[in-house]
Write a protein that binds this ligand. Structure first.
Ligand SMILES: Nc1nc2c(c(=O)[nH]1)N[C@H]1C(S)=C(S)[C@@H](COP(=O)(O)O)O[C@H]1N2
Ligand SMILES: [Mo]
Length: 437
């Protein structure tokens, strides 16, 4: 495999009109002259490039170019993964195009892969050991997977995992790291035992603060003394009923790239807290200090900063619950549709530790919003599916935008929110392109 070539028009241009301009027309034309309206020449140029009219063009916000231009290249191939886009092959990082996430429960072959190091090989699941230790562990113990099955109640839950850097590609100035667009999210079912049952069995001391994980993957440098990643969660999160030590995904062995044979699943928080190839947990009397646990990793400025700022580590906070977000998973961006027929639209929405209260869609660049019907979650920390339909009034270019709101009334921004040095937590509305004919 190879590194993907940069898309000529990558998603960051969606929010950088000058760069988009330069890329599209070979010069800086100033696409828009006043807030909310495209300059006529820019508008015509866009319509020409799209090859169709934009009926709601006057409503298109400044600083945006059509979502149609963000379509990605043909996917690379990863064994046992279907149509995922490889962002990096060493370590392997691959995301799922939105239209391949249409299932209510994400299939194993469509679950994104985010590796920080090199996965273990020659895994012997029958002899896999998980040790529980740490300063605040009263009875350090080691378990085989058979021990876990025998000693604790087995539970199956549908749980959303989203990388903290999902959406990073849209930040301007660009943040380094995998340039995820929208596909570092999935919501399969996981089967295993509750983390808290195992921790309680091993005895959680009064002074316990955090639970950290270690996995069997190795550092890309090959140095055996370095961990690729070792993160964790505060003890309060670890003790929630939904935190699992899982050996199955959708009723099958967890795929190798997703942590076979055992992984931690602490859903609703950055995916990085859900350790793969799990072989050791530590109950800590302090905030866990493993690799990528402290700022600037998986941290954002405690207070908003200007784009491009340098932020000292002491001014950063570790990310906890992920923000409200949604995807349009049907139709696929770029389709052609007969404008006389209504168009079904559906997708999913999730909100970290919280529930979704509503999802709205817009076909006029966010000027008006239509309600959708939102399904209840399978269980806490599972995404919720939504359905709706639209009528496109006349032939031309349209975008469908989705916007979710959580139970606390917080909704997604239409533009990329708070710039941060590492490019985390972009929960801007998902946009797809549709051509009505
Ligand atoms: N041992 C280990 N656990 C890990 C990682 C890793 O590289 N090694 N990556 C983390 C990150 S950053 C994310 S987003 C999720 C991704 O899970 P997935 O690859 O199953 O989608 O796993 C987390 N757990
Ligand atoms: Mo991640």
């Amino acid at each position: 495999m190879h590194k993907r070539p940069q898309n000529k028009l990558n998603a960051s241009y969606l929010t950088d009109p000058i760069a988009a301009d330069r890329e599209l027309w070979g010069r800086e034309t100033s696409l828009h002259t006043r807030r909310g309206f495209l300059k006529k020449s820019g508008l015509m140029a866009m319509s020409t490039a799209l090859g169709m009219r934009i009926p709601f063009a006057a409503l298109m916000p400044a600083g945006m170019i059509p979502a149609a231009f963000a379509a990605s290249n043909a996917p690379d191939v990863i064994p046992s993964k279907d149509g995922l886009i490889v962002l990096n092959d060493r370590p392997l990082n691959a995301e799922t195009p939105a239209h391949l996430l249409n299932d209510a429960v994400t299939p194993n072959n469509r679950m994104f892969v985010r590796n920080n190091g090199v996965p273990p090989t020659n895994i012997d699941a029958d002899n896999w050991q998980l040790s529980i230790a740490g300063e605040s562990c009263i009875r350090p113990t080691s378990f085989s997977i058979a021990d876990l099955r025998a000693r604790f109640e087995t539970v199956t839950l549908q749980l959303q995992l989203e990388c903290g850097g999902n959406g990073r590609s849209e930040f301007v100035p660009a943040a380094s790291g995998n340039q995820w667009t929208t596909g570092a999210i999935g919501c399969p079912t996981f089967t295993g035992v509750r983390l808290r049952d195992v921790l309680n069995y091993c005895g959680v001391a009064e002074d316990a603060v955090y639970v950290g994980y270690y996995g069997a993957d190795t550092h890309t440098s090959g140095d055996p003394d370095l961990d690729p990643i070792s993160r964790g969660v505060p003890i309060g999160k670890a003790m929630e009923r939904e935190c699992l030590i899982a050996w199955a995904m959708n009723g099958e062995d967890i795929p190798l790239q997703n942590g076979y044979p055992l992984r931690l699943v602490c859903a609703g928080w950055p995916g990085s807290v859900s350790g793969k190839w799990l072989n050791r947990l530590v109950i800590r009397d302090r905030v866990h200090d493993g690799e990528k646990m402290s700022p600037p990793s998986y941290s954002v400025p405690a207070n908003p900063v200007a784009p491009g700022s340098r932020v000292p580590n002491e001014d950063m906070r570790i990310i906890e619950s992920m923000p409200v977000k949604s995807l349009v998973t049907f139709p696929q961006s770029g389709i052609t549709h007969d404008f006389r027929e209504r168009l079904s639209v559906n997708g999913h929405a999730w909100a970290g530790d919280n529930q979704i209260s509503a999802v709205f869609i817009s076909i006029d660049f966010g000027t008006s919003w239509l309600p959708t019907s939102v399904q209840p979650a399978a269980n806490r920390l599972s995404w919720q599916s939504w359905q709706s339909w639209v009528n496109l009034p006349e032939p031309g270019y349209y975008e469908i935008w989705a916007r979710a709101m959580d139970e606390r009334g917080r909704s997604q921004p239409m533009v990329v929110p708070g710039w941060n040095p590492r490019g985390y937590l972009n929960n801007a509305c998902h946009r797809i392109a549709v051509q009505a004919v």
